[in-house]
Ligand binder design. Structure first.
Ligand code: MLT
Length: 322
C-alpha cells in the first residue's frame, strides 16, 4: 500500500468514507456576468451525481474573463483546484468524490479546455488567473484555498501574485516556481505548432509517457487510458494557447516568498516533469510550508493516487479552515 510521506500531520488511508456532499454540488458555467440559468442533473463516473447549474456569460467575445465551466461538489470551506495541461476539470473526479465531505471542491475548466471558452486574449496565465477571480466573484466567495497541479499550479501562483487578499491557503502540486528557459520555450512553441497541425497525436506520443509515473505505467492501464482520453479531448487551439501562456510566464519565487498564508506542496515521488527537488525548493521559499510526498505516483499525483492526494489536502483544509 503506497503512503503519503511529509510534514502534513498524521495522514491515514480513508476508511469507509461516505459520498456525503456530492449530491447537491453544482457544476456549470460561471462567468463574469450571469444571464441565464438552467437546472439539470448529470451523471458522473462511479455512480455519483452532480446537480448542474448552467450560467452563460454575455460578453464571451470580449477581452477579459471568459465563459467558464466549473464543476463543484460538497459544502464548507471553498477549495479551488486548477487542472494540469492539457487536461480539464475531469482530472479532479477523485477529488470531487473524496473531498466533498470535507470542503466545497470547485474545479473549473481553464479557458479553452473542457466546457470553457477560449476567448480572444493573448496567451497568458494572468488571463487564466483573472478567470478564476471572476469565478470566485460570481460564486460570492471572498477567500478560498486556491491550488493547482502543474499548469494549474502556475495559474495558482499568478493568482497569488495578482489577488493575494483572496487566498486563504495554497496547494501547489507537481509544479515549479521557476520560469522556462529558452530551450523549454522553444519546445513549447514546437508542440503548439505540432498540435495545431496534427491534433493530439504529438501530445499522446511525447507527453503522455512523462505525465504518469512508472508504477502507473506498469500496473494501472486504466489510469493511463483515462489520461490519454483526456488528452485526446483537448481542443488544439486551447493546447497551443496554453503552451504559449506557460512559455511566457514569469518566475514566481518572489511571489512565494511574499505569501503570508499556509502552503501545501504535494509531489509524486516518480514525477519526471517537476521532480521532488522542485517541491523542496517551493517549500523552502514560503514562510509556512509543508510537503506531502506521494509514493507510487508520477506527475499526475491527484489522478494516480487520489486517496493519498486527498488525505494531504484534507489535513491541510482542516488546518486552514480551523
Ligand atoms: C502540466 O502537467 O500541466 C504540464 O506538464 C506543465 C508544463 O509543461 O510545464
Amino acid at each position: 500500500m503506497p503512503s503519503v510521506r511529509g510534514v502534513v500531520g498524521r495522514l491515514r488511508p480513508p476508511v469507509g468514507r461516505t459520498r456525503a456532499g456530492l449530491n447537491g454540488g453544482d457544476g456549470g458555467w460561471l462567468g463574469f456576468r450571469v444571464v441565464d440559468q438552467i437546472d439539470q442533473s448529470q451523471g458522473v463516473a462511479a455512480g455519483a451525481s452532480e446537480a448542474s447549474v448552467n450560467t452563460v456569460q454575455s460578453n464571451i467575445d470580449q477581452p477579459g474573463p471568459v465563459r467558464l465551466f466549473s464543476r463543484s461538489a460538497g459544502d464548507g470551506f471553498p477549495v479551488v483546484l486548477l487542472h494540469a495541461f492539457p487536461l480539464s476539470s475531469a482530472m479532479w473526479l477523485g477529488q470531487r468524490e473524496g473531498l466533498a465531505g470535507t470542503c466545497r471542491v470547485i474545479t473549473p475548466d481553464l479557458r479553452g479546455f473542457g466546457g470553457s471558452a477560449l476567448g480572444v486574449d493573448e496567451p497568458s496565465l494572468d488571463a487564466m488567473a483573472a478567470d478564476v477571480l471572476a469565478l470566485l466573484d460570481a460564486a460570492g466567495i471572498e477567500r478560498a484555498i486556491v491550488g493547482g497541479l502543474s499548469m494549474g499550479g502556475y495559474v495558482t501562483m499568478a493568482f497569488c501574485r495578482r489577488y493575494p487578499d483572496r487566498v486563504a491557503g495554497v496547494v501547489l502540486a507537481d509544479t515549479r516556481a521557476g520560469a522556462d528557459d529558452e530551450a523549454v520555450r522553444q519546445g513549447r512553441e514546437r508542440l503548439a505548432q505540432a498540435v495545431l497541425a496534427d491534433g493530439a497525436v504529438p501530445l499522446v506520443r511525447d507527453l503522455l509517457p512523462k505525465l504518469v509515473g512508472s508504477t502507473t505505467k506498469e500496473r494501472r492501464a486504466l489510469v493511463v487510458g483515462r489520461v490519454r482520453g483526456l488528452m485526446q479531448a483537448a481542443p488544439p487551439g486551447a493546447v497551443a494557447w496554453a503552451a504559449r501562456a506557460m512559455a511566457g510566464r514569469s518566475d514566481s519565487v518572489e511571489t512565494l516568498r511574499a505569501l503570508r498564508v499556509p502552503v501545501l506542496v504535494i509531489v509524486g515521488e516518480e514525477d519526471e516533469i517537476t521532480p521532488v527537488g522542485e517541491a523542496h525548493a517551493m517549500v523552502d521559499a514560503v514562510a509556512d510550508g509543508r510537503l506531502a510526498l506521494i509514493e507510487k505516483a508520477g506527475h499526475l499525483s491527484a489522478v494516480e493516487q487520489p486517496e493519498l492526494f486527498n488525505q494531504a489536502v484534507e489535513g491541510f483544509v482542516k488546518q486552514v479552515a480551523g
